[in-house]
Design a protein around this ligand. Structure first.
Ligand code: A3P
Length: 321
């Protein structure tokens, strides 16, 4: 189900009428990045109403970078005393991670909801957003809240995003629109794109303020999950004690949040969640969960093209994808 543009707030409609628009996927360019209409409304409301506090933890990701995974891991990590992994009805066993750690853009569709409900979130509030740094609410930048940033190889993102969009828009399934989508992706015209600028903004900020922004990559999490989770716990001010490590707590959290475990839960196999103007099937957040799957789908030319762009944009900043 697609929320209709007529139902957007007037201020959003007014703004949209002034913004550059990409017609195939109806994306609007705001502050240099591309949004669907409902995400745009959410971002505008966040900018206006969201007040971050020093204890908040905000997970920021480029779409299809493993948001579901980092949400699950961070939730399990922060709640490891309240909800031990042995708990039979651990929230992660019965609830999709996107419900446990909501997207601010989606919460903020409805301005009235947010003012009354966000204050009731237990502290530290664990929230998420896809917004580029430039469009983060001011308080998220200026307070001492922590930001965990996650991105991924753009080849894998482009394919993961397309496969995800096929689940949302049946009309593009089996079409030959992927080539056009890929071209747009390379030009930065995709949800929350340009990917490269999104990454660079947070990369630079994380170098300036490493105590505020932790920069992570999906590949790093797949290859070195133990190390990443340990560092994440330290960054968030809740390091694993020796006793916890000896008791296997860290490995248990990794197992709880593993692709195979989460994907096979009823809560993630069934049901839908409303976000970004769509009713999204929970199962569509779990596809292959591998490094390098993009190459199984892209032509050699496509791989070369995207690698060249990445190299050109990133190499001078010491980022190697
Ligand atoms: P693929 O489409 O390559 O399989 P997001 O959560 O940001 O929407 O990203 C979705 C991507 O993360 C999908 O990638 C999905 O399969 C993968 N993913 C979801 N849960 C995961 C987990 N627990 N571990 C590793 N990868 C996961």
């Amino acid at each position: 189900k697609l929320l209709k543009d007529e139902d957007l707030r007037q201020e959003c409609k007014d703004l949209m009428s002034t913004l550059p628009m990409e017609p195939t996927y109806k994306l609007y360019q705001y502050q240099g990045f591309w949004y669907g209409s409902w995400a745009l409304q959410g971002i505008l409301s966040c900018q206006k109403h969201f007040e971050a506090n020093d204890k908040d933890i905000i997970l920021v990701t480029t779409p299809k970078s493993g948001t579901t995974w980092i949400k699950a891991l961070t939730f399990a990590l922060l709640n490891r005393n309240k909800h031990p992994h042995t708990q039979k009805n651990h929230p992660l066993l019965v609830t999709n991670p996107h419900i446990l750690v909501p997207f601010l853009e989606s919460l903020f569709y409805d301005e009235k909801y947010i003012v009354s409900n966000l204050s009731q979130f237990p502290s530290p509030r664990l929230l998420s957003i896809h917004a580029p740094y430039v469009s983060l609410p001011k308080s998220a930048k200026e307070s001492n809240c922590k930001i965990v940033y996650l991105c991924r190889d753009p080849k894998d993102i482009s394919v993961s995003m397309w496969k995800f969009m096929e689940t949302l828009m049946p009309e593009i399934r089996g079409s030959n629109l992927f080539d056009e989508f890929f071209e747009l992706f390379c030009r930065g015209v995709n949800l929350y794109g340009p990917f490269w600028e999104h990454v660079l903004e947070y990369w630079k900020e994380s170098l300036k303020r490493p105590e505020k922004i932790m920069f992570l990559r999906y590949e790093q999490m797949k290859l070195h999950p133990t190390l990443v989770l340990k560092k994440l716990a330290e960054f968030l001010g809740c390091p694993f004690s020796k006793q916890e490590l000896d008791n296997g707590m860290l490995d248990d959290i990794l197992k709880l949040c593993s692709f195979d475990n989460l994907r096979n839960l009823e809560a993630n196999k069934k049901g839908t969640i409303s976000m970004f103007g769509f009713d999204i099937e929970n199962k569509s957040f779990f596809r292959r969960g591998e490094i390098g799957d993009g190459k199984n789908f892209l032509t050699m030319e496509m791989v070369e093209k995207i690698n060249t762009i990445t190299q050109k944009k990133f190499s001078q900043y010491g980022l190697n994808f």
